[in-house]
Design a protein around this ligand. Structure first.
Ligand code: S3P
Length: 164
């Protein structure tokens, strides 16, 4: 298949960690949409939210994601990428791995970092709401789903590889 293996899931689902491990395992290039945006804009995602607002970030996210979907490798999307109908349409028919995570485990992994502006204040509460809103969207685009709560990144990678 051409195009990347795409990793989707909520913040704290392990997209960046698992994506990098999976790419190494498959001998492919790893790209993370948030990291590419940060490198191209020259500031962290949290600062883009603070300085320019969420709509500016979402527009950048959509353009960058659509562009990177044309390149082979492993591509981790931002947790909110599936909100975009254009991105969801572009994911149809692709290898899309959904890393499933519950709110408690996601909150534990995310910690109290300020790097995730949408979670500030009440990390667990915001994750519960975000998961409720987005679970149908992740389910819509996924070709493979992997529960990650009680699994190490290495175990998750093994399951993904078996399912490819
Ligand atoms: C977001 C998730 C973040 C980042 C931005 C918005 C979201 O990525 O793209 O802060 O809407 O869930 P991670 O999923 O890597 O935390």
């Amino acid at each position: 298949m051409s195009g990347p293996v795409v990793i989707v899931g909520a913040p704290g689902s392990g997209k960046s960690t698992v994506g990098a491990l999976l790419a190494a395992r498959l001998g492919l290039t790893f790209r993370d949409v948030d990291a590419v945006i940060e490198a191209e804009v020259g500031k962290p995602v949290a600062e883009i939210f603070a300085d320019d607002g969420e709509p500016v970030f979402r527009a950048l996210e959509e353009a960058t994601t659509l562009r990177l979907l044309a390149e082979d490798g492993v591509l981790s999307l931002g947790g909110g990428a599936v909100i975009s109908p254009e991105i969801r349409a572009a994911l149809k028919g692709r290898e899309v791995v959904w890393l499933q995570v519950g709110p408690a485990q996601a909150a534990k992994r995310v910690g109290m970092t300020e790097a995730r502006p949408l979670l500030l204040g009440n990390v667990r509460g915001r994750l519960i709401k975000l998961l409720a809103e987005r679970t149908p969207l992740y389910a819509e685009v996924a070709s493979q789903s992997v529960p990650t709560d009680d699994r190490s990144p290495e175990e998750v990678v093994r399951i993904i590889v078996d399912g490819l």
